[in-house]
Design a protein around this ligand. Structure first.
Ligand code: G3P
Ligand code: MG
Length: 243
C-alpha cells in the first residue's frame, strides 16, 4: 500500500538553511521552532554505505573536512564539524545519519521530503540504502516522507526497496516529456526550480493530477505568485518569511 501525503505549503530547505547550518539536526530543530511541519534535506552515502545528511559531493563548503564525501567512512565523517562554517554558535554540530534525523523528526512529529543526492556512480546504491533505512526505521505514527531525486536510478532503486513511500521527480527545468518521466518512475509529485517555472506549466502538471513543489523560494511575494499559479508547496531557506 502507498502512503498518503498531506504536503504543507511551506517546507524548510535543508532544514532551515537561512537560519542554521544546512542538513544538520540543529537545522531540523530550528525549522521546528520556526513552525514548519516538514523539512527537506539531502542524503548522501558514506564510504561504508551509511546514509548521511549532506548536499555537496565534497566536504569543504559545509564542514571542516576535505575531499569527496563518498571516500570517507561514517566514523571519519562523525569526527567533522558541520556547524562552525555557518556560525560559531553551531560549533560542534556534526554530520547526522539519516537514522538520527528520523529519530529527531519522530520526536518533533515532523514530516520530511528526503532528497536522495547520490555521489556520481552511486545512484542506485544510495537509493537502496535510503529505501531500506526509511522502510525499517520511519515510525508509523509520523507523517510518511516524500522521497525525491534528480537521479532516475535512485528513484528506481527506492521504488524497488520501499514502494510504500511516494516519490517526487526533481527537475531543474521541466522538459516537455515530463509526464513520460513521471510515469516511468511511478512518481506522484513534481519538484522544480521556481526560476524555471511558469503558470502554464504548473497548471498543466496539476491538471494531470500531480502536486507541484518548488525550490528555493525565499521571498514572500514570489511565494504568493507561485501559490497563485497553483503551486502546492514552496521549499525555503527562510520559511519564516512565508509562513
Ligand atoms: O529538493 C529541492 C532542492 O533541495 C533541490 O536542490 O540543490 O538544493 O538540493 P538542492
Ligand atoms: Mg535538496
Amino acid at each position: 500500500m502507498t502512503t498518503s501525503l498531506a504536503i504543507p505549503r511551506v517546507i524548510g530547505h535543508r532544514g532551515a538553511a537561512g537560519h542554521a547550518p544546512e542538513n544538520t539536526l540543529a537545522g531540523i530543530r530550528t525549522a521546528a521552532a520556526i513552525g514548519v511541519k516538514w523539512v527537506e534535506f539531502d542524503v548522501h552515502l558514506s564510504l561504508d554505505g551509511v546514509p548521511i545528511l549532506m548536499h555537496d559531493d565534497t566536504l569543504e563548503r559545509t564542514s571542516d573536512g576535505n575531499g569527496a564525501v563518498g571516500n570517507f567512512s561514517l566514523a571519519t565523517l562523525k569526527g567533522l564539524d558541520a556547524g562552525k562554517w555557518f556560525s560559531d554558535k553551531f560549533t560542534g554540530e556534526g554530520i547526522p545519519t539519516l537514522s538520527e534525523a528520523i529519530r529527531l523528526l519522530a520526536s518533533l512529529c515532523m514530516g520530511a521530503n528526503v532528497e536522495i543526492k547520490p555521489s556520481p556512480g552511486r545512484e542506485a546504491a544510495t537509493g537502496h540504502a535510503v529505501g531500506r533505512t526509511l522502510r525499517e526505521e520511519w515510525p508509523g505514527d509520523v507523517p510518511a516522507p516524500l522521497v525525491s531525486s534528480f537521479a532516475p536510478a535512485a528513484l528506481a532503486a527506492i521504488r524497488d526497496v520501499a514502494p510504500m513511500f511516494q516519490r517526487g521527480l526533481l527537475l531543474s527545468r521541466i522538459r516537455r516529456d515530463w509526464g513520460t518521466q513521471m510515469r516511468a518512475l511511478d512518481c506522484t509529485t513534481m519538484h522544480g526550480n521556481h526560476r524555471n517555472l511558469d503558470r502554464a506549466t504548473v497548471q498543466e502538471i496539476r491538471r494531470a493530477g500531480y502536486p507541484v513543489l518548488c525550490y528555493t523560494v525565499n521571498d514572500r511575494d514570489r511565494a504568493n505568485t507561485l501559490f497563485g499559479w497553483g503551486v502546492d508547496a514552496v521549499i525555503s531557506d527562510h520559511p519564516d518569511r512565508i509562513l
